[in-house]
Design a protein around this ligand. Structure first.
Ligand code: XUL
Ligand code: MN
Length: 343
C-alpha cells in the first residue's frame, strides 16, 4: 500500500528573516495571510504553538477560548487541519531557566497551568497531539540544577497532562542543545526511555526533526527507524543542517541529498503516514529572500521530498538485496549515487 503523503508546517516557518544578529529584513505576513499559503503550496496541516492560536497564553481563559474557536473556524473554512499544539514555554519570563525543570516552584506551577490550557486549545482546534520541545529543559552549566530531580520533573509534567485529558498524545521533539548548552533529554532514545515510565506509555511518542538528530551526531533516518520499530514515530520535522552549529532549519535535502533520500526511504518503506501522520517541514527561509519569495523554502522542501519519493519507489530493491547478500557495499554505494544522479 503506497502512502499519499500529507504535508504540514507552522506559521513560524514564514517569517521576517530576523536573527540573533540583526533585525527583520522583510515585513511579516499576517496570520490570516499565512493561512492562505497552505493550500497553494500543497500543504493541509497547520502546526501551532499555543500562542500561535491565541493572542496571549496569559490572557483569561474566556479570551483564549474565543481566539481558539475563531482559528478553528478559519481552518475549517479553508479545509485545513491542526496537526499539533506545542506550549511555547521558552519565551515567557517564567521559563527563563527552563519551565518544567525550573528550580522555582512558582515557575513550575505556571508551566503546568499553561500546558493544561494548551491541551484545551488543542481540543478546540481539533487535534489530540501535544508537542513537547523542551527548549530550556537543560542547563547552561552542570551545577545549576539537580539532574535527577529534573528528569523526574519531566515525567511528572507528562503524567499531569496525560491525566488531565485522557485523549491527548504527547510527542517529544528532542534536540541536544540550543538554546541551552546541554539538554537533559537530548535524543529520541532518551525520550522514549522516559515515555515508558509515564502513566500512559501508549500515549507518548516522538516527533523527529532531521536537524536535531544531526546536531546530536546521529543519522536522522536511523533515529526515525528506532521510533518506527516501536510504532512511536507520530510526526517528523524534515529539514537539513550543514554540520554541527546552530540549528539551521535549511530546506529538506539541500545539504546532503543522500541523507535526505535515506529519510524518505525509511518513512516510505515502513508505512509512515498511513495512520494519518503528517510530513512536517520545519524549514526557515534564508534571510536574504525578498518577501514575495519567502515561501519558496516550503514548496521546494515538499518538491524535493516528492522527487526523492519517486527515487525511493523506483530503486531496484532486488539489486540492493543482492549487493547486501554479497556484501559488495562499494557497488551499493555506486548504485545509490547513480540513482540519485538519475543514471
Ligand atoms: C526548535 C523547533 C521548534 C519546534 C516547535 O528547534 O524545532 O520549532 O518544532 O516548537
Ligand atoms: Mn521542529
Amino acid at each position: 500500500m503506497t502512502t499519499n503523503y500529507r504535508f504540514s508546517f507552522g506559521p513560524w516557518n514564514i517569517h521576517s528573516g530576523s536573527d540573533p544578529f540583526g533585525p527583520a529584513m522583510r515585513d511579516e505576513f499576517t496570520f490570516a495571510e499565512k493561512l492562505e499559503f497552505y493550500k497553494k503550496l500543497g500543504f493541509d496541516g497547520v502546526q501551532f504553538h499555543d500562542d500561535d492560536v491565541v493572542t496571549s497564553a496569559d490572557d483569561p481563559w474566556t479570551k483564549q477560548e474565543s481566539d481558539a474557536k475563531r482559528v478553528r473556524q478559519l481552518l475549517d473554512e479553508r479545509g485545513l487541519v491542526a496537526e499539533f499544539v506545542a506550549p511555547r514555554l521558552w519565551e515567557n519570563e517564567m521559563g527563563i531557566d527552563g519551565s518544567i525543570t525550573s528550580n522555582s516552584p512558582e515557575a513550575r506551577k505556571y508551566t503546568l497551568e499553561r500546558s493544561k490550557r494548551a491541551v484545551d486549545i488543542a481540543q478546540i482546534i481539533g487535534t489530540k497531539n501535544i508537542v513537547l520541545w523542551p527548549a530550556r529543559e537543560g542547563t547552561y552549566m552542570r551545577e545549576a540544577k539537580d539532574p535527577v530531580a529534573s528528569i523526574g520533573r519531566l515525567v511528572e509534567w507528562m503524567n499531569a497532562l496525560l491525566e488531565y485529558n485522557k485523549d491527548i498524545r504527547i510527542l517529544g521533539e528532542m534536540k541536544p542543545n540550543e538554546p541551552m548548552d546541554q539538554a537533559y533529554v537530548p535524543t529520541v532514545g532518551h525520550f522514549l526511555g522516559l515515555a515508558s515510565l509515564t502513566v500512559a506509555p501508549s500515549r507518548v511518542g516522538a516527533l523527529i526533526e532531521s536537524a536535531h538528530s544531526i546536531l546530536a551526531g546521529l543519522d536522522p533516518s536511523d533515529d526515525m527507524a528506532y521510533a518506527l520499530y516501536q510504532k512511536k514515530l507520530w510526526s517528523v520535522h524534515l529539514n537539513d543542517q550543514n554540520g554541527l552549529k546552530f540549528d539551521e532549519d535549511k530546506s529538506f535535502g539541500v545539504v546532503d541529498l543522500r541523507r535526505a533520500f535515506n529519510q524518505v526511504w525509511v518513512l516510505e518503506r515502513n508505512g509512515y503516514g498511513q495512520n494519518g501522520e503528517f510530513v512536517g517541514l520545519d524549514v526557515k527561509a534564508l534571510r536574504t529572500q525578498s518577501k514575495e519569495k519567502s515561501t519558496k523554502h516550503l514548496s521546494n522542501s515538499r518538491e524535493i521530498f516528492l522527487k526523492l519519493l519517486d527515487l525511493v519507489r523506483s530503486l531496484d530493491v532486488k539489486k540492493v538485496e543482492g549487493l547486501r547478500a554479497s556484501r559488495d557495499y562499494e557497488e551499493l554505494d555506486l548504485l545509490i549515487v547513480n540513482h540519485l544522479m538519475g543514471k
